[in-house]
Design a protein around this ligand. Structure first.
Ligand code: PLP
Length: 512
């Protein structure tokens, strides 16, 4: 899982490395036990042993791990074996690496997992390994929704009265079929409305029967993972990555291979070819969280790479409705000649997240299999709500909600950029806003020498919840920055608190 820190004021202070001999003894005992039970490769044995140490509290939150070199020497293992185990634990959010200062146990992740494991132990129950990993990995439900929390829309602006009227109308008109599960991939008029919107505004090439209404991006991703990949298959994920996708792939038993992102989007290296992908997960219109827009050249390169590997591309177009400057960016799907891209979107951002509705566009040859699996695995329903939403779109309410929201987020973004100007002015010190003017968050990039985790903690102590960019990184150790959401922050709050963030960044740049 993404090593995302819960930035709250009660975070422990990082401590020094523990006694290496004691830790090594524990790890070797665990590895011996595992070797006698299972034919696991060495790096997997070490991964399991370290994870056990974390879950049992033998390595405490905030504690610094001995270096991979020292561990390798003490355990008589190759450094590659140790690094592979540590990387996997970082990907899953147990550990967090900081360039120049070492690898640390992530904040309350292990404690939470230990609590869950203990509680279940008392009841005589036991989680699967996957269950333990999911329970132990960072949970976004612990994140408070605060003014600078990224990815949160201003759902207080949702036209509740109008929505209520539409819902009442469709409940009154409801005939028994509408109370059944949905068998055809969703309410037909809603699928048509989504198809019309995507064709015109996102250049997606589709017919309405290729649209599946899902309960949001998580469900779309899980469906793709279940139908297009087998347990253990490789999925390329952007590094840094959207935690929700990482968790969906973790839950479906896929092997994640992080591929770095630069200012033109995902940038596969020759060495990545050693991990041929079955799936490639992307946010090409506005990379989450850096904000990079995937260039045309990179799009063609990526599609060629997918075709070469016969891989499926999962395009998560989560916030492209909110583009504030420059020409609209077409979907990657619109360039796809081979039918390898599955396109997904959500109503969480324009309407409200609890609506739990999104859509997945499936290439024609896959439609029947996806419809059937969606029915068998998810038993989708909520037809009266889908009917109300279809009318909401057909009557132009969606377009007006979008217009209002776009205007409001553009103002908020502008105000935040203005408030941050004092820390961005002196370009020589290396702070700048990366990525496109789009969406509900922006990314302040910082030089590598800045400890963005400490900066986020310092801001949390002033009541501002921002997230460090490094916390979204899977394998990378070079990215530093702050992810600031403005979707949920009213203008006056941005004007009041933005300068506090700017002062914090300035202090961090000055090394104070
Ligand atoms: C990259 C990305 N994809 C998708 C979503 C939304 O997904 P859902 O439809 O599950 O609400 C988010 C929400 O923050 C996101 O950041």
């Amino acid at each position: 899982m993404v090593p995302m820190l819960g930035v709250n004021p009660s975070l422990p202070v990082f401590t020094l490395p523990r006694d290496l001999a004691m830790l090594s003894e524990f790890l070797l005992t665990e590895m011996n036990r595992l070797a006698s039970q299972d034919a696991l490769p060495l790096h997997r044995q070490l991964y399991e042993a370290l994870r056990r140490a974390l879950l049992d509290g033998k390595l405490a939150a905030g504690e610094r791990l001995p270096s991979s070199r020292d561990l390798a020497q003490d355990l008589n293992l190759s450094r590659n074996t140790v690094v592979a185990a540590i990387n996997q634990l970082s990907v899953e959010g147990y550990l967090l690496s900081q360039v120049g200062s070492g690898t640390y146990v992530n904040d309350s992740v292990p404690r939470a997992a230990a609590r869950t494991t203990r509680a279940l132990g008392q009841q005589g129950a036991q989680l699967s390994r996957r269950g333990e990993r999911l329970a132990g990995a960072y949970s976004a439900s612990r994140l408070e929704v605060e003014q600078f929390t990224p990815g949160i829309a201003d759902f207080s602006a949702f036209p509740v009265t109008l929505w209520q009227r539409l819902q009442n109308k469709h409940w009154r008109m409801t005939y028994p079929d509408m109370l059944d599960y949905s068998r055809s991939g969703g309410y037909a008029p809603l699928r048509r409305a989504v198809a019309d919107y995507l064709r015109v505004f996102r250049s997606v090439q589709l017919d309405a029967d290729q649209v599946l209404i899902t309960s949001g991006t998580q469900q779309s991703l899980e469906l793709c993972a279940h139908l297009l990949a087998d347990h253990g298959d490789t999925v390329w994920v952007e590094d840094p990555a959207y935690w929700g996708a990482v968790k969906a792939f973790m839950a479906t038993g896929l092997q994640m291979h992080p591929v770095p992102v630069d200012e033109q989007g995902i940038a596969p290296r020759p060495a990545d070819e050693d991990h041929p992908p079955r799936l490639i997960y992307l946010t090409p219109s506005h990379q989450y969280p850096t904000g990079a827009v995937m260039s045309l050249a990179r799009r063609h390169q990526l599609l060629a790479c997918a075709a070469q590997h016969k891989a499926w591309v999962l395009e998560d177009d989560y916030d492209s409705e909110f583009r504030f400057s420059g020409p609209p960016i077409s979907s990657l799907e619109g360039l796809d000649k081979d039918g390898r891209v599955l396109y997904m979107g959500t109503f969480s951002k324009v309407l409200y997240p609890g609506l739990k509705l999104g859509y997945l566009v499936v290439p024609k040859p896959l439609v029947e299999a996806f419809r059937q699996a969606h029915y068998d695995l998810n038993r989708p329903g909520q037809m009266p709500v889908q009917a109300a939403l279809a009318e909401f779109i057909e009557m132009g309410h969606f377009a007006s909600a979008l217009r209002r929201a776009r205007q409001s987020y553009a103002e908020r973004r502008h105000a935040l950029v203005e408030a941050l100007r004092p820390c961005l002015q002196d370009g020589a010190r290396g702070a700048f806003i990366g990525g496109a003017e789009q969406g509900l968050h922006l990314c302040v990039r910082l030089p590598q020498r800045v400890d963005d985790v400490a900066l986020a903690q310092a801001l949390a102590q002033r009541g501002l919840l921002v997230r460090p960019l490094s916390a979204y990184c899977l394998e990378r150790r070079d990215l530093r920055g702050l992810i600031l959401g403005y979707g949920y922050a009213p203008l006056p709050a941005i004007v009041e608190h933005g300068p506090v963030v700017a002062r914090g960044v300035n202090a961090a740049l000055a090394g104070g």
